[in-house]
Each structure stands twice: as structure tokens, then as C-alpha cells.
Design a protein around this ligand. Structure first.
Ligand SMILES: N[C@@H](CCC(=O)N[C@@H](CS)C(=O)NCC(=O)O)C(=O)O
Length: 231
């Protein structure tokens, strides 16, 4: 018990409830059964601690382990996997590991910006941006081949990175009214999403749907310049 408390004191996660990036870290810590203290940040009023730990970008998530901050969700996932060896997240094979890292960067640097562009696009650009995002989603889907998860039989590193595809895109498209992922167009990806949420820890980590939809709507209106307060 004493040891448990001590470990708990050592690991802190600074995050935001709605962030898919914080969710990656929460999910990894829970899958590895690592006790941690969660600190909810307010991005419009960032805490001194967040700014102290991440003075360069002042962004969440930040993992603090033994008072030392680790930044950037993909780097934090690798750190967690390197420190806590049980329930490995990254593949053990060096080639597979390199592949997982490649696809994680693909999601963050290519797929997500393209999806966001589609959701924010003007009427005349919608078809073009949607086509581009769909192509990138197809490319990602092709990585599943006949596997249950991107990581193989078990939910792993790339599944955690892709959690944003599993819940965020689905919810944003509901708010925005642009259908990017459907059972018809992406049957393999949709089956993966179902399997993802059959994992109880992954389901537990989901932001509450109604609260999340309200939040996405407000963010979308601001980003799209349609918020009444902005006019
Ligand atoms: N590349 C970063 C992205 C994290 C990110 O975008 N965090 C957002 C919240 S979802 C943030 O902290 N934004 C700070 C701000 O809006 O000032 C990661 O993977 O950790």
C-alpha cells in the first residue's frame, strides 16, 4: 500500500478532458495499470505548473515522472513503454516498431490536419478536401489488413494514437454534418472502432458523449467563424 501511494505520487498527467492527445496517455497508463494523479487544465487559463513544465509550447499533455516533465503525446507513449515494461505497447520487432512510428506520424502530420481542413472547408472546397481526407483514411485502413488491431491481436501503440479516429472524427462529423467515415465506405475501420470500444478500458476513457458534442459544436463555431459572439 505504502509503495502504491509512493508510485502514485511520482506520476502526474496534465491534460484536458476533451483532448484526444491527453486520452492517449490516460489510456496507456490505464492499460499498463500505472497509478497516476490527473490534473485537469484549463487552456484559457493555463496553470503556472503547466507553463513551468512545458515552457516551449505550453501544451497538454504533460507527463511528470519523478518531477521530470515529458512532452508530446507520441514521445510520452514511448517513454511510458520504456519505463513500465508490462503490457508492452510498441511492437518488439525493430521493423514493426519503425512501422508503428511511421504510421503514428502519418496520423498526426497528415491525416488529422486533412480531416480538420475538411470539417472547416468552405462549401466550394468541401468535395476536394473530403476526397483528400478519405484517401488518407483509406491508406490508414489498409494497414489493418486482416488484423484485429493495428498492433496485432491486442490494442497497442498505434491503436492508442489512432483513438482520435475512433471517437473524435465520428463525433465531429455528427456536429458538422459531413460524413467522412461510414460503415459503407470504411467497413474495416468501422469494425476496428467497434473492437476498440469492446476493450473496457478504452470505453471508460471516452469523454461523455453529450458534453463532448456540446464542446465540439462550440469549438467548431468559433473555428468556422459562425459563433454569434464573434459576429
Ligand atoms: N503534438 C501535441 C499536440 C497536443 C495538443 O494539440 N494539445 C492542445 C490541446 S488538444 C493544447 O494543449 N493546446 C494549447 C493551446 O490551445 O493553447 C501532442 O501530440 O502532444
Amino acid at each position: 500500500m505504502g509503495e502504491e501511494v509512493e508510485v502514485k505520487m511520482k506520476v502526474k498527467l496534465f491534460g484536458v478532458w476533451s483532448s484526444p492527445y491527453s486520452r492517449r496517455i490516460k489510456l496507456a497508463l490505464k492499460l499498463k495499470i500505472i497509478p497516476f494523479e490527473y490534473v485537469e487544465e484549463e487552456l484559457s487559463n493555463k496553470s503556472c505548473l503547466l507553463v513551468k513544465y512545458n515552457p516551449v509550447h505550453k501544451m497538454i499533455p504533460v507527463l511528470v515522472h519523478n518531477e521530470k516533465p515529458i512532452l508530446e503525446s507520441l514521445i510520452i507513449l514511448e517513454y511510458i513503454d520504456a519505463i513500465w515494461k508490462d503490457h508492452p505497447l510498441l511492437p518488439q520487432d525493430p521493423y514493426e516498431r519503425a512501422q508503428a512510428r511511421f504510421w503514428a506520424k502519418f496520423i498526426d502530420n497528415e491525416l488529422l490536419p486533412s480531416v480538420w481542413r475538411t470539417f472547416l472547408s468552405k462549401e466550394e472546397e468541401k468535395d476536394k478536401t473530403k476526397k483528400e481526407a478519405s484517401m488518407l483514411l483509406k491508406t490508414l485502413e489498409s494497414q489493418l489488413k486482416d488484423k484485429c488491431f493495428f498492433g496485432g491481436d491486442k490494442l497497442g501503440y498505434l491503436d492508442i494514437v489512432a483513438n482520435v479516429v475512433a471517437f473524435w472524427i465520428e463525433r465531429v462529423q455528427e456536429v458538422v454534418g459531413i460524413e467522412l467515415i461510414s460503415q459503407e465506405n470504411f467497413p474495416i475501420l468501422c469494425s476496428w472502432i467497434e473492437r476498440f470500444y469492446d476493450v473496457s478500458i478504452a470505453k471508460e476513457c471516452l469523454p461523455p458523449k453529450h458534453k463532448h458534442l456540446v464542446y465540439i459544436k462550440a469549438r467548431y463555431e468559433v473555428a468556422h467563424g459562425t459563433n454569434k459572439d464573434n459576429n
